[in-house]
Design a protein around this ligand. Structure first.
Ligand code: FES
Length: 337
């Protein structure tokens, strides 16, 4: 069987004969940026190090002659001719390349909904070219004219063609978060900066995954988990353990129930720290994690919440055997206002 080899990780993927390189990569969990899927936009450009392809019909404006001379090709229209095709793919861990952040990109608030007594769900739609992002990244939202400082909020949805961005904003009782909760209205125009951050999943990970989250730290975890599951091919157990005081603090239950039903390897578990419910987990993650997981050495871990939450749980995961290179954290939430 023909192979696609990713450089520099040298990971090899079986090529599905007759398909584009882009489709084969996607089916194996590698989300190569793309847009038109027809050789017209240039988004799926990659550099070929070794091997031969049939490039098919593509537009000159999507791939210049000098790019062709340098070895670039468009993967949405590329089919393998040689037994092995080696392409340049990000870093050694095969993490995707980041999109350059942009500033003042115009969006409109199209939905605003309180999901808990402190967290607001905000859906924004691009009025111009949408920001392109990877699951787990964040944007900055504020209003320079109104002197509302720009603050960082994780994107909760997955990259999509609708130009939509979903945020969960915790009201800190002042500053930007209060403006979002109380001032910003459906129909308002806002300018966003981003995407930023490297809290992104490794699509080639071949380990069970455990995510620990608290409050609006669930947002990037939701994006990462949704992306990993929805693009298919992720076979290992994936669990989210969400810490909440009571049932009133658990949001997006419907979405997580959907993921649990559709993907048998996925579980969304909640541990309650203030209210006790029959049959439900009770106690802080610090208490229940060692009971649930004796050994985390084989796991990839994603932790998001307040810096204190992240720090204490990272320490605990290390004590339970997790390897530090397999622990990914996002802990800027309590600095928001
Ligand atoms: S996705 Fe547009 S050229 Fe490949």
């Amino acid at each position: 069987m023909k192979k696609i080899r990713l450089y520099p990780s040298l990971k090899e993927i079986d090529y599905n004969e007759g398909e584009s390189v882009l489709s084969t990569l996607e089916k194996n969990g590698f989300a190569l940026p793309n847009n038109c899927r027809a050789g017209a936009c240039g988004e799926c450009k990659m550099k070929i190090r070794q091997g031969e392809i049939d490039q098919g019909f593509i537009l000159d404006m999507a791939l210049s002659q000098s790019e062709r001379d340098e070895g670039y090709a468009l993967m949405c229209m590329a089919k393998l001719k040689s037994d092995v095709l080696e392409v340049e793919w990000a870093d050694v861990d095969a993490r995707p390349k980041l999109f350059p952040p942009k500033e003042n990109v115009l969006y409109m608030v199209i939905e605003k909904l309180p999901v808990t007594h402190t967290i607001m769900r905000l859906k924004l739609k691009a009025l111009s070219t949408p920001l392109r992002f990877w699951p787990g990244q964040y944007v900055q939202l504020g209003d320079a004219e109104k002197k509302i400082p720009y603050k960082s909020y994780s994107i909760a949805n997955i990259p999509n063609n609708d130009g939509e961005i979903l945020l969960y904003v915790t009201n800190k009782g002042g500053g930007t978060s209060q403006w979002i909760h109380e001032g910003l209205q459906v129909g308002d125009r806002v300018k966003m900066n981003g995407p930023y951050g490297t809290f992104i999943g490794n699509p080639s990970v071949e380990t069970p995954v455990l995510c620990l989250a608290q409050g609006s730290g669930l947002a990037p975890i939701m994006s990462l988990a949704s992306a990993a599951l929805m693009r298919g091919g992720f076979k290992y157990p994936a669990t989210i353990l969400f810490s909440a005081k009571s049932k009133n603090e658990v949001f997006e239950k419907g979405w997580f129930k959907f993921l649990e039903t559709k993907f048998r390897n996925f579980r969304f578990n909640v541990t309650y720290t203030a209210e006790e419910y029959p049959g439900e987990k009770f106690g802080r993650i610090q208490k229940i994690l060692p009971e649930l997981y004796k050994d985390l050495s084989a796991y990839s871990l994603y932790i998001a919440g307040t810096p204190e939450f992240v720090e204490e749980n990272k320490k605990l995961c290390l004590e339970l055997g997790a390897k530090s290179e397999n622990i990914h954290t996002e802990g800027f939430f309590s600095t928001l206002s």
